[in-house]
Design a protein around this ligand. Sequence first.
Ligand SMILES: NC(=O)c1ccc[n+]([C@@H]2O[C@H](COP(=O)([O-])OP(=O)(O)OC[C@H]3O[C@@H](n4cnc5c(N)ncnc54)[C@H](OP(=O)(O)O)[C@@H]3O)[C@@H](O)[C@H]2O)c1
Length: 291
Amino acid sequence: MVSELKKIGFGTWKMGGDVIPDPNNDDARDVEAIRYVLEKGVTHIDTAAGYAGGKCEELVGQAIKDFPRENLFLATKVKSENLGYENFIRSCETSLKRLGVDWVDLLYVHHPNPEIPIKETASAFNELLRRGVIKNVGLSNVSVETIKEYEKFLNVPVFVVQNQYNLVARESQRKGVVDFCRNEGKHFIAWRPIRFSFPGATDPHYQTGTFPMLDEIAKKYGKTNAQIAVKWLTQQDGVSILFKSTNKKHIDEVLETENFELSKEDWERLDKDFPIQKDESFNGSGYFSLI
Ligand SMILES: NC(=O)c1ccc[n+]([C@@H]2O[C@H](COP(=O)([O-])OP(=O)(O)OC[C@H]3O[C@@H](n4cnc5c(N)ncnc54)[C@H](OP(=O)(O)O)[C@@H]3O)[C@@H](O)[C@H]2O)c1
């Protein structure tokens, strides 16, 4: 098992389809992209039971099968409707089968579900830890209060918190989740580091010509806007990212961000003065708040 999380992990949302499998999806392209990042030294692959109705996990399984299991950090998630004890265990077992592995390094609650007692989900986490089929506990789309509530019932500390965080989506920063994780020694992982969309944004809005500040800073460093957006996150202590791409040039660009630093002034300018900053998270169809 890879015990240390690197700053850059690879996401797989939209591989295999949307929430249901897409019969026209280019599966070979998705598998090839995952293999490419693994060959480039990325070890952390993130997927979910809810991606393409489970097909995404199968694609990840195909992609990883020729790589030594102990060199990978595999993470998957349980859908919010499956947080009851039995469903949670079953969801994890199904994920392991689809991935073709005996254990995952990290299992997340994908979204909290106020209808299901946290104590019950925590008890399922404890059982999966006891069986050795999950190595760590993760929570996604959560507030500090929810993390603390889980920790009342878990046998281990929460290892990773995965929330939306990017130049535009600042909820985790403003509501103290990033600081809490840093202070408590938990990994904070930012989802959607590059495609920081919001209603009215002209996609792909991170491209040149949308935000003059981003264009100017990117030009100064000889980098792309996407690279600056990534670096603003990964330069933060305790913050890692998950990005997704099926374009090898884009993948190389993101990995290359490990080779430069933003000056303190430029980092702070992006932090304070980036022109659009939201206090809520945005999932592509609407805003939501961390619970
Ligand atoms: N926990 C949650 O609720 C949750 C929610 C959403 C996402 N996630 C996780 O976080 C991962 C990342 O989020 P995401 O996939 O939504 O967004 P993202 O990684 O910020 O953006 C993906 C998009 O950015 C483009 N891109 C990637 N690298 C680029 C580059 N260097 N230059 C220009 N464009 C680039 C990709 O297109 P190309 O293919 O053309 O490069 C793709 O369209 C997901 O895959 C998933 O694993 C978790």
